[in-house]
Ligand binder design. Structure first.
Ligand SMILES: [Zn+2]
Length: 164
């Protein structure tokens, strides 16, 4: 048994970076390994490694989505996987001068909404290989895939399609 009223936690030489005192704002390092399930979207991410883009098609009304979607937002029925074309057009675009932490050091970058023939919804992706002033609505683009797949939506990106 120990009863020691003089017990102290160990001290070290590390400090805290203070950004402001009122309110008190400090720098606090935060890191976590997160085990994330792609669940019903798994096939979409596996397909990226095979250089395929998988959307979904409603089994009942035939609405085609450019993204994974288990159920149709038009009629509520189940969908099935639908292989998207790898070429499309810029429906609209934006230049990001600020972003979430992961892409912050890549700013500015261009995001596009891709329109595929025969597909009723759009697919958001990065467009590289074109300066912002050279991007236009209706611009032909084609999908490219990272050689070293990261099982992430950034495994696919778009470049100008000059074969047109
Ligand atoms: Zn439907």
């Amino acid at each position: 048994m120990t009863i020691n009223p003089n017990a102290k936690l160990p001290e070290d030489e590390s400090g805290t970076i203070v950004f402001s005192t009122d309110p008190l704002v400090i720098k606090y390092h935060y890191e976590i390994d997160y085990i994330h399930s792609y669940a019903q979207d798994s096939e979409f991410f596996r397909a990226l490694g095979k250089h395929k883009l998988m959307g979904s098609k409603c089994k009942k009304c035939g609405y085609v989505y450019a993204t994974p979607r288990a159920h149709c937002m038009m009629c509520g029925s189940e969908t099935e996987w639908y292989e998207l074309p790898l070429k499309g057009k810029v429906h609209t675009f934006t230049t990001c001068y600020f972003s979430g932490e992961e892409f912050l050091n890549e700013t500015p970058f261009n995001l596009i909404m891709v329109e595929f023939e025969g597909v009723n919804s759009l697919f958001m992706s990065r467009l590289i290989g074109a300066d912002t002033e050279d991007i236009y609505i209706g611009m032909p683009v084609k999908a490219k895939f990272r050689r070293n797949q990261k099982m992430n939506v950034t495994d696919v990106y778009f470049v100008p399609d000059v074969d047109k």
